[in-house]
Design a protein around this ligand. Structure first.
Ligand SMILES: [Zn+2]
Length: 461
């Protein structure tokens, strides 16, 4: 084991000195929170030294209740503090104090990693000050055993991360240990990759992610973010090219992908999961009852963008959409779509929610195209509307998204159509998909993107 006390002490000297320098040259009206996180040798937990200045502190609390049991203890100057249900209590309100605490990582909460590296939510080691100050400047430093690395989506310079306040409220992925780390730019977006395991190879991962970012950027000739982190964790024997994907946005956007270790690069490129997850970034995070809208748009884009960018044929895209509608029609518990979305994780009604949402996206796209002679599409409207929320990490309502889409398009049907879908207990009628009347507009939707899917430097942003 490392001598944790000694290392934390040493780092605190550095951190406190930096804090003092910064305060002297750059006066700041709010508070300061400096964290030094020392990861244990076995990657099984962390000792955190957190120093606060400029605001009253009554205690420290975990981000969510499920992390509460991971707290092993807390101290000031070696004297134990009272802890209860994960909350660290200070006996009196302090205005300048360093608290140390220790957490044990619960790998089963994400179940990812190997002997060399772990992928965790920051909720497993980041406790936030309570009451939470209205303004706080946060810095986070890490000490990882051996020559271990850190990967996070947060802005950093020289190993000091300076995340915004969202990191205390919205989860993200943190990777610690020995893993492959590389970065590149595509569609004017800085992409950082943390890749565990030996395969797929770095060059294949890079090619796969480049194509997926380009396809997603083709919605508006730009990618919606400047910076993006990917966490790639290969899995064995999954029966799919990519077993799972997930986006998290606490302090920066992060996409977790679980490819098969055996997948060939062409199979990864043709797969839908990466483009689905990236497509979520055109929208903000939505409330649970509104997830039909975000999942519907991401599912629609995963099919349409792959066809537009030559990653699948147009016929295949339409076949997959039709088959999805059939699965959606057969699944669910007969509740209105908003309720079905809200209870989806409990009832497993994913097919109903995702594909009813896809039907909404398709109907909106068709009506926009027909009403504007192809001038407006769901893609052009998403591109415009995204400027309303940009990198907003808080939960947003479907009504705000629908209003923004309606405003961007000038069409007056989108909000009402969305409300109608949300309230409906029946799977939408999608029989028009096969109607010859729609042949032209269907062909337009899945036709190759004009000028291809590469986003040039000038047109991006
Ligand atoms: Zn999704």
């Amino acid at each position: 084991m490392l001598n944790i006390g000694r290392i934390a002490g040493l780092l605190c000297v550095v951190s406190c000195a930096h804090g003092a320098d910064r305060a002297a040259v750059e006066p700041h009206s709010g508070g300061v929170a400096d964290y030094t996180v020392t990861i244990f040798d076995n990657l099984g937990g962390a000792r955190v030294r957190a120093c606060f200045r400029g605001f009253a502190l009554a205690g420290l609390v975990p981000m969510d209740r499920s992390a509460a049991s991971q707290l092993q203890g807390a101290w000031i100057d070696g004297i134990p503090l009272e802890t209860r249900e994960g909350r660290i209590s200070l006996s009196q309100q302090l205005s300048h104090e360093c608290v140390e605490y220790e957490t044990q990582f619960e790998r089963s909460r994400l179940g990812l990693g190997d002997a060399s590296a772990v992928v965790l939510s920051q909720s497993q080691w980041l406790w936030r000050p309570e009451p939470f100050p209205t303004e706080v400047r946060t810095s986070v430093r890490f000490a990882v055993p051996g020559d271990g690395r850190v990967s996070l989506s947060w802005p950093q310079s020289n190993g000091v991360y300076q995340p915004n306040r969202n990191v205390f409220f919205v989860e993200t992925f943190a990777v610690f240990g020995a893993f492959n780390q590389h970065a590149f730019s595509v569609a004017n977006t800085r992409v950082e990759v943390a890749r565990l395991g030996a395969a797929p190879l770095e060059k294949d991962v890079r090619r796969w992610l480049t194509r997926a970012v380009e396809a997603t950027a083709s919605v508006g000739g730009r990618f919606p973010l400047d910076h993006l982190q990917f966490v790639i964790v290969p899995v064995d024997d999954v029966g799919a090219e990519v077993a799972f994907g997930m986006v998290r946005r606490g302090g920066g956007s992060s996409v977790l992908l679980l490819p098969s270790a055996d997948a060939q690069v062409a199979e990864l490129e043709a797969d839908w999961v990466a483009i689905h997850e990236l497509s979520h970034l055109w929208l903000p995070r939505l409330h649970a009852k509104d997830r039909w809208l975000s999942e519907g748009i991401a599912t629609y884009l995963q099919e349409v963008l792959r066809a537009r960018c030559g990653l699948q044929s147009s016929d295949r895209a339409w076949r997959r959409i039709r088959e999805g509608f059939e699965r959606g029609r057969r699944s669910g518990s007969g509740q209105p779509l908003a309720d079905e979305s809200w209870s989806m994780n409990r009832t497993g009604a994913y097919q109903r929610v995702y594909w009813a949402g896809t039907a909404f996206a398709l109907e909106t796209d068709l009506r926009l195209r027909r009403g504007s002679n192809g001038e407006n599409t769901l893609l052009t409207v998403l591109n415009d509307a995204q400027r309303n929320w940009q990198e907003e990490a808080r939960l947003v309502s479907a009504s705000r998204v629908l209003a923004a889409l309606e405003q961007a398009s000038g069409a007056e049907f989108i909000a009402a159509l969305g409300e109608q879908y949300a309230a409906s207990s029946d799977f939408p009628d999608t029989s028009y998909v096969d109607s010859p009347e729609y042949d032209d507009v269907r062909a337009q939707i899945s036709a190759p993107a004009q000028g291809g899917c590469k986003v040039s430097g000038e047109s991006s942003r």
